[in-house]
Design a protein around this ligand. Sequence first.
Ligand code: NDP
Length: 583
Amino acid sequence: MAELIEKPIGLAAKPTRSQEFYDNVKRKFAEERDLRLNYRPNGTAQYTSEFSGALAKYEVDPYAGEVTPREPINDTVEVLFIGGGFSALLTSARLREHGVESIRIVERGADVGGTWYWNRYPGVACDVVAYDYLPLLDELDYVPKDHYARGPEIFAHCQAIARKYNLYKLATFQTTVTSTIWDPDEQMWNLTTDRGDHMKARFVICANGTLSKPKLAKIKGLETFKGHSFHTSRWDYAYTKPDLSGLENKVVGIIGTGATAVQAIPGLGAAAKELYVFQRTPSSIDIRDDWPTDPNWARRLPHGWQARRRARARMEPQLTEEQKAKQAAMSHEDKIRRQENANIEAMMKIHQRIDAIVKDKATAEALKPWYMLMCKRPCFHNDYLPTFNRPNVHLIDTKGKGITEITEKGVMFEGKQYELDVLIYATGFEVQKTGIYNQIKGANGLELNDKYREGIRTLLGIHSEGYPNLFIMGGYQASFQFNLTDMLQAQGDHIAACIDYARRHGYQSVDATPEAEEWWVQEIINHRGKTNRNHECTPGYYNFEGEFQRRQDGNYNGGFFQYCNHLGEVQARMDDHFSFSKK
Ligand code: NDP
């Protein structure tokens, strides 16, 4: 996630004011960050994702209904995916192209889709242009309906991929992998699940995503609330009704104003009798430039159009000779200052937009974010800010402190009780470092989490020495792309190439060498920490709530182009990076 912060996007605005102005804004950014850090000294421990007892209801799948009974499975497959989101779907498509037939997805939800299975809150959509975000469009001969896709379309696309590549046949849903243990004699992974299964697999791919486990802020009295409550990733449509008409006579509260809340709040504001938005830190809200896909344009798209778009995304940005000379002449400090000033200009534009839209001055002030753009996930929405002009919508700005008490009637803040019928938690997701719910033990019996305790160690963020035939997707030490499916596609291609190589050579196992792993750890360390931006940002999940991080415990910061080059180099010289076993 850190790369997002190191490389801000979309900073078109040119710095035009005195340096004193920018320095003052930077000082205000620092004050606002410190205020927040002081309110939450417990960092990531301010949240919980252990939902037992009274909290167990927050993790129940409202979309699947009862768990379908079935006999435990005791069998062997060639490739097993833990998780059924885009990571699994993209890699499976490539594996099928290489002739791999035995592929199983084991998924906690009742269908494929991952994040798009779970997140069905009203207004759910993706902020990345749909023609880039939705993968395998060439293969499925599909063109998204709009410039930006809504959640249901993306979820349906995931299902269409699973059908096209025949992935439903062996898939097991409503099943959570609980242990993944390497058997060196058999050269196989042994997996157990919460459904009593004992599965074996030659290759295992951790495709469980990084933001999969919902979390709640540990707020005093959380369990005492007597009204209705749920997390945004477990939306209770039985209560709200699909068109939200169930909220017509209800007083609704929502905690959190991150990317999820920004999409849900306009619908809630329009439907609820009263809506209270409890804000700790505002998001940055820019224009959402959306339109329906022109059918004539879609019809004329040549075969392979998306593959060419994706190839362009992997290309290194080209600078003119003049730009290169200018950059070379600038000191490191000057470069940073220019970037920061441009970033502040962009944030001032976000502030101006708020002033132009939000009528109540105090509300407008409270909605202004005071941090560098990209410290938090930037949001794009045309209806979010106008929602605060509705008479039934109330912004309760906690000025960085956050809600600290919940009672049986609702939310308490600064001695005032907000009585609510329903309370919605838009408090986000735990950032996982390795497989969730799952214990992964490698060749020497060491748990992967224990190996990582001294610092994450991988090759390309995908392989870890001592864990043969295990591939990790979307994890740390890999590149980070604003368009995540670009990244997952690159990783999926690489994993399919590794498995194909092993199969063609008759190898039973593939393991990163210690030297290859060490090379990659040093690459990570060398590319990180070029600026203090991560540390200077307001706390949030991008910077582990401001907690100290080892330099190796983050993303690869050398850029996506360079990351893809490294993937290619490793594939071209497999024998230099892996040890193989024919046993
Ligand atoms: P986030 O972690 O981004 O947001 C959690 C929110 O809860 C923050 O606003 C946080 O405040 C707030 N919060 C936590 N504790 C309290 C408290 N005690 N009182 C008041 N507020 C509190 O989670 P989201 O689900 O919004 O987003 C997660 C990620 O999912 C996004 O960053 C993005 O990567 C992805 N996503 C992408 C979308 C898109 O494409 N548009 C849409 C939705 C999600 P604070 O900021 O102060 O910590």
